[in-house]
Ligand binder design. Structure first.
Ligand code: FES
Ligand code: FES
Length: 151
């Protein structure tokens, strides 16, 4: 058994120690907001937070999450999620939506580390999160909106 804290709740999972965290979150725990894209740390669809840092859960073995705090899109605290979610709606960001929970998880870390990012800071911070629908400009506007309290 491996114990980890997921969205504030201690969970024990009976999986091999090299099982990707993404599999545990989606398959074992049923938290399907985190998406599988490439499986190779290339697209960011699987981004969640491990002890507050954005990680690619598709290449993070569950052994690395043992004893740590995992936060998925479902468990992002309201004070973090609310402004981002409202900005996303105001800017009409998602198209197919597939990449968007990973984008929001990445944006949450970006804004915590840099509450007033420039365009370049946003482009840098979000560079590992690919959107096949090309919503980058709207994501950038939404991050500015969330940062400015105009969400
Ligand atoms: S699914 Fe993890 S980075 Fe693409
Ligand atoms: S909204 Fe479709 S992949 Fe980003």
């Amino acid at each position: 058994m491996i114990e980890l804290k997921v969205n504030g709740e201690v969970r024990a999972v009976d999986v091999a120690s090299d099982t990707p965290l993404l599999w545990v979150v989606r398959e074992t725990l049923g938290l399907t907001g985190t998406k599988f894209g490439c499986g190779m740390a290339q697209c960011g669809a699987c981004t969640l937070h491990l002890d507050g840092e954005a990680v690619r859960s598709c290449v993070t073995p569950i052994s690395r999450a043992a004893g740590k705090e995992v936060t998925t899109i479902e468990g992002l605290p309201e004070e973090v999620r609310g402004p981002l979610q409202r900005a996303w709606i105001a800017e009409d960001v998602p198209q197919c939506g597939y990449c968007q929970s990973g984008q929001i998880m990445a944006a949450a870390v970006l804004l915590r580390e840099n509450p007033k990012p420039t365009d370049a800071d946003i482009d840098d911070g979000m560079t590992g999160n690919i959107c096949r629908c090309g919503t980058y400009l709207r994501i950038r506007k939404a991050i500015h909106r969330a940062a400015g309290g105009g969400a």
